[in-house]
Structure formats: C-alpha cells, structure tokens
Design a protein around this ligand. Sequence first.
Ligand SMILES: *Cc1c(COP(=O)(O)O)cnc(C)c1O
Length: 369
Amino acid sequence: MQPQAAHAGAILTVDLGALRSNYRLLRKQAGSALCGAAVKADAYGLGAARVGPALAAEGCRHFFVAHLDEGIALRPHLPATAQIFVLHGPPPGAEQEFISHGLLPVLNSLQQIQGWHALAQMLQRPLPAIVQVDSGMSRMGLPAAEAEAWLADPRYLQTIPPLFLMSHLACAEHQDHPMNASQLARFNTLRQRLLQVPASLANSSGIFLGSDYQFDLVRPGAALYGIAPVAGAANPLQPVAALHGRILQTRSIERGDHVGYGISYSATEQRQIATVGVGYADGWLRGMSNRGLVFIDGRAVPMVGTVSMDSITIDVTGIAAERLQAGALVELIGPHRPVDDVARLAGTIGYEILTGLGHRYHREYIGGL
Ligand SMILES: *Cc1c(COP(=O)(O)O)cnc(C)c1O
C-alpha cells in the first residue's frame, strides 16, 4: 500500500498522457517498424501496472521485462493479445513457467536454447521465442560461436520458430559513434542467413539512428519516460515523471553554523535552511550533496549539506515565509528540472535516477487510464 499524499515525504506524479504521446512520437519515428516498449524494472520505476495498460491502449503489443517475475506480475494488466518478452530468458529449469503464465522468452545462450528446445520436445509442439545474438556488446545474447552452433542444428529452428532475431546497441545515444555501424554490420551478416525472420535492434536511441536500424520492431524504454534519446540534441519527448518533496521544517542559521552530516556546509552569513523529506533511501543520490538544485515556484534553490537517508537541506534564503510552511512542496524533478539535468549533476544518467526512485513516495497518475 502506498503512503497517503499528506503523509509522504514527496509526491511522484506520472503523466500517462505524456507517456502515450511519447509512444506515438516514437512509433512515428520508427516508420514501418512495430513499436514495442521496455517496461522492465517496474517501467523504469514509474509503475508497470499503470504504464503497461496506458501503452496497450495506444496499440502497443510487444512488452519487454528483464525478469520472469516481472513478466508474471505484468501479465494480468495487459490484454491477452499483448506479448510479454522476458529479456533474461528462462532461469535454468523455469521454462515451464513461461507456458503457465503466458510469457515468451528472449533466448540468450545455447544453454537457454537447449532448455527451451527440450520443453518443446516434451510438449510435442513448436515453442516460439526471440533469439538474441551478441553484435558486439558482450553482455547478453549468443556469442558468434554459439550462434553458429544454433544455426548448424536444424532441429532448433523447427522446435523454436524465432519471432524476432534480436540484438542490442552499446552506443546508440552517440549518433556518430563507429560502434553503431559496426554492430549493424555484424547483425546484418547474421540476418542474411535468416531472412524470413523479423528483426529487432533499436532501443530508444537506436530509433533515431535512422531506418537502417529500425528493422521490424523497435524497443524503446527511456524515451517513453521522457529521457533524452540523442546526446547533445534537443529532447523531442515530453517529461513523464515529476517529483515534489515536502518541506518538514525551516530554520534560520547564523554565520559559522553548520548543516548536516559531516558539517560539509557552513554558513558565511545568516541563511534560511529548509529540510525536505527526500533522501538517498528515496534514490536522491548522496553524490548530489552540496551540488543539487531544487525549484520553488520556478526559482532555483541550492541543496546545501550532505544528503541524509530521509532528508535533504536546501538554502531558501529570500523565499517568502508563507511559501515555506511545513508540508509545502518543492520541485525536485519537473518542468524546471528535467530528469536528465538531475542525472547530469549527479554524474549519472536519467535511467538511474528514475529506476532508483524507491517506494516511499505517494504516487499520482494523471492524464489517462
Ligand atoms: C532496456 C532495454 C531496452 C530499452 O532501452 P532504452 O535505452 O531504455 O530505450 C531495449 N532492449 C534491451 C535488450 C534492453 O535491455
């Protein structure tokens, strides 16, 4: 059960209308390719049980989670016509669970192919799946030698009709990175041998690399949630997540007074300090200590002192007292503070900020289902 709005240290607002609009933009950008959605890690922290149906209402029918149990949890929230693909494939011995829960695996190794093949033989029917090959990222998917072994045994293609041949790009947000073309070439070389099989290569950023990269299905995640897909370019997506923290209390400090753990901030003159109920346990990274910015009515307010587990301290000198009452809200992520800006300041990426957001927020879903 989620905390009540009035009791929570912060309110996380998820704009399902903006999410749907982002989906439409990405689908258009993807040309003739189908547009799926990565909803792993609870839809990047925003709630797969709400995000999934909103995307399904836009016509999305290809959903990607990372873990089997994420797929099991998502299944009841999606129409029967929606396919849920589990990116990590079956954990050893868990193949049967995919059948019982109506999920499809992404097979990433010869071992996973053998396990899925054995189940198909036992059930005496073909069991479709996505097969992922490694095109240069060395993370998931069949390495070249395993791909050869897979293609060399005709039984596998009979028992496991590939729904898509899939791979994943390592550097797609950097449009001029030579790795993109290199991975595309490796992927296409393998694809030549399975021309009847649809293909899928692009994540959010990959969609913006052009039609050569889009194939038959694209798999955006981050861009759906408003994260910028192209490094150094304007972000065409709408923000989906906003985070507003509550002021817990306010005090005046004098020159020489200190703030927070390790007294990493000391005042050189009289300052007003407000404490806000969000901390590193809520994903508000400690690396933002003495660096972060929050906004009050569009005005930038610096974070001072070290980020605590449950709170941060901000310098609100000059802000009207009635705007600083206990319970008043300050903007941590929102129109003045895009998630990518927060991430840059914390030395990370928007993905990590969103997926780290934690479960103590009161969540509000607006703009849709
Ligand atoms: C997470 C993931 C995606 C989505 O990537 P984004 O960069 O968030 O668009 C697509 N494909 C695979 C294999 C993934 O792991």
